[in-house]
Design a protein around this ligand. Structure first.
Ligand code: FES
Length: 112
């Protein structure tokens, strides 16, 4: 089940930049790449670098440590890397943006 969380306007990244924010107990990166918005994981699966300090090229997020590249739409790592990052759905409602996150089985199980 996907829950939608409103993104604080102050957390929105400027054009061609990346912000890191916590939402619903999760930390994610918001990426504004050529006026298109993406929500992806903040931590590189290779050795744990903070992807919010990386940069974008050719619609890929580049890790600042060892230059692994991840497709902004799918999260798929470049050929030969054998890794990926999570991506999250985004939706614009009026002037507000929302990010969709799956709730875990255990959260659903113990919710009142
Ligand atoms: S930590 Fe990201 S490529 Fe190595």
């Amino acid at each position: 089940m996907i829950h939608w969380y409103k993104i604080d306007k102050a957390s929105m990244p400027a054009l061609n930049s990346i912000t890191k924010l916590s939402i619903a107990g999760k930390t994610i990166c918001l990426v504004n790449y050529d006026q298109e918005l993406f929500a992806v994981a903040w931590k590189c699966p290779h050795a744990g670098a903070d992807l919010s300090t990386g940069w974008c090229e050719n619609k890929q997020l580049i890790c600042p440590y060892h230059r692994h590249a991840f497709d902004l739409s799918t999260g798929r790592g470049a050929i030969g890397q054998g890794n990926y990052i999570n991506t999250y759905s985004l939706e614009k409602r009026g002037d507000d943006w929302f990010v969709g996150m799956k709730s875990s089985f255990f959260k659903r199980l113990f919710r009142k």
